[in-house]
Design a protein around this ligand. Structure first.
Ligand code: NAD
Ligand code: ZN
Length: 379
C-alpha cells in the first residue's frame, strides 16, 4: 500500500510499504478514507522529537472496516469508524477509570500508546491506505448513518475536538467563566468551541496569526493578537484587571523554536499572569521530558523555567496531559450528528495522500490560510 513515511527532519515521502495484517483476534483492518495532519506530527517532522526512519505518520484516522479478527464482537465489515489517537486495551486499571491516554498495557512504562508516534509504541500511523486497529471493539467509535456526509466533522473526533474539550475540562471551565486560550491552532480552536459548549462567558484566544484569530472570532471568541500588545495586558483589560477564571494552554513546546527562546517558559508563565488568583489552568499543548542524550536537551525538549512562585502565590491549580479521547468522543459525536457542533469549519485544505508532503510543508510553516490539513487516501 501507499503510506506517508518519515525519512528524517522535514523529509516525509509517500512510499510503497507492506499492507498491515490482522495480528491478534481482537484487531480490525480499516481502509482509511480521511486522515489528518496534526500539530503533534510537527514535533517529529521538525526533528524536535526523535522518530525512527521508516515509520508511518498519522494518528487522526477515520475509515471503513474491511476485515475483522475472530474475537471482535461489535464492529463489522462495512462499519464507518473513527479511532481515538490513543491506543488502549480497555481493561487495565487506567482504562477502566476512563484514563485511556495512560493505558498500562499498550506501551508499558510510558504515557500510553498512539498510532505513528515517537515513543508511543510500535504502532504505525494511518496516513496510509490501510490501518491495523488493536482491541478494535474498544478503539473504534462506530459512526452514525450520516458518517459519509459529515466525515470531515467526525474525523476530528480522533483527536483535536476531544483534545480541545479536554483542555476546558482540565481547566475546569464552568458556565459563565471567562476563559483565556493560548494558541489559535486547530487545538486552540477546538478548545474555543468546547468553552462555548460549556457555557463560558468571554472566550479570549491568543495568537499572532491573523487568519487563525479571525476563525477564533467567527467561533465567538475575542481575538488577542500578541504581536500588537502584550497578551496579558489585553486579558487583564478585558477582565477588569482580575484575569480570566480559567486558562487553556494549546501551544506546546514549539514556542521555543519559533521565538528562539532558550526555554519554553512563554505561554505557561503568561497563563499564570493572565489567570486570576485561585484560577485554574489546563495544559494540552505537548511538552516532553528533556532527553539527556540530545545535543541541546533543554532547549530542544520540554524543559521550562516555570514561575512556580507566582503560581503558588496566586493559589492557582494546573492539570496537564494527553486527552483521554474515549472519555468524550461519543458525546461529541452526538453533538455533531445533531448539528450542535460543526468542528470542520477549521479545515482549510483537503489533499490526496500523494500531496501529503506539500501539506506538511505549508502547515509546518503556518503559511497563511493553512489551518488544518486533511488527507483523503482514496482520492
Ligand atoms: P499548531 O502548532 O498548529 O498551533 C499552535 C498555535 O500556537 C499556532 O497557531 C501558533 O501560532 C500559536 N503560538 C505559538 N507561540 C505562541 C505564543 N507564545 N502565544 C500564543 N500562541 C502561540 O498545533 P495544534 O495542532 O493546534 O496543536 C497545539 C498543541 O497541542 C501541540 O503541542 C500539539 O502537540 C498538542 N496536542 C496535544 C494533544 C493532547 O492530547 N494533549 C493532542 C493533540 C495536540
Ligand atoms: Zn493529533
Amino acid at each position: 500500500m501507499k503510506a506517508l513515511v518519515y525519512y528524517g527532519p522535514k523529509d516525509v515521502r509517500v512510499s510503497e510499504v507492506p499492507d498491515p495484517k490482522i495480528e491478534q483476534p481482537t484487531d480490525v483492518l480499516v481502509k482509511i478514507t480521511t486522515t489528518n495532519i496534526c500539530g503533534s506530527d510537527l514535533h517529529m517532522y521538525e526533528g524536535r522529537t526523535d522518530m525512527e526512519e521508516g515509520r508511518i505518520f498519522g494518528h487522526e484516522n477515520l475509515g471503513e472496516v474491511i476485515e475483522v479478527g475472530n474475537a471482535v464482537v461489535n464492529i463489522k465489515v462495512g462499519d464507518m469508524v473513527c479511532m481515538p489517537f490513543n491506543i488502549s486495551c480497555g481493561h487495565c486499571k487506567n482504562c477502566e477509570s476512563g484514563l485511556t491516554a495512560f493505558c498500562l498495557t499498550m506501551n508499558p512504562g510510558f504515557a500510553g500508546a498512539a498510532y505513528g508516534f515517537a515513543g508511543m509504541g510500535p504502532y504505525n500511523g494511518g496516513q496510509a491506505e490501510y490501518l491495523r486497529v488493536p482491541f478494535a471493539d474498544f478503539n473504534c467509535l462506530k459512526l452514525p448513518e450520516d458518517a459519509q456526509e459529515k466525515e470531515n466533522d467526525y474525523v476530528l473526533l480522533s483527536d483535536i475536538f476531544p483534545t480541545g474539550f479536554h483542555a476546558t475540562q482540565l481547566a475546569g471551565v464552568k458556565p459563565g467563566d471567562n476563559v483565556v486560550i493560548y494558541g489559535a491552532g486547530p487545538v486552540g480552536l477546538m478548545a474555543t468551541i468546547s468553552a462555548g459548549i460549556k457555557g463560558a462567558n468571554k472566550i479570549m484566544v491568543v495568537d499572532d496569526h491573523p487568519d487563525r484569530l479571525k476563525l477564533a472570532e467567527e467561533l465567538g471568541a475575542i481575538p488577542i493578537d500578541f504581536s500588537k500588545a502584550p497578551a496579558v495586558d489585553q486579558v487583564l483589560e478585558l477582565t477588569d484587571g482580575v484575569g480570566a477564571d480559567r486558562g487553556c494552554e494549546c501551544v506546546g513546546y514549539q514556542c521555543c523554536d519559533k521565538h528562539g527562546h532558550e526555554h519554553n517558559n512563554i505561554t505557561m508563565n503568561e497563563l499564570v499572569q493572565a489567570v486570576k488568583f485561585t484560577g485554574s489552568i489546563g495544559v494540552v499543548g505537548v511538552y516532553v521530558a528533556p532527553d539527556p542524550k540530545a545535543a541541546d536537551p533543554l532547549a530542544k525538549q520540554g524543559h521550562m523555567d516555570f514561575d512556580f512562585g507566582n503560581f503558588w502565590l496566586k493559589g492557582q491549580s494546573i492539570a496537564t496531559g494527553q486527552a483521554n479521547v474515549k472519555a468524550y468522543n461519543r458525546q461529541l459525536c452526538g453533538l455533531i450528528s445533531s448539528g450542535k457542533a460543526k468542528p470542520s469549519v477549521i479545515i482549510s485544505h483537503e489533499l490526496s495522500l500523494d500531496e501529503a508532503p506539500t501539506g506538511y510543508q505549508h502547515f509546518d510553516a503556518r503559511d497563511k490560510g493553512w489551518t488544518k490539513v486533511i488527507l483523503k487516501p482514496g482520492k
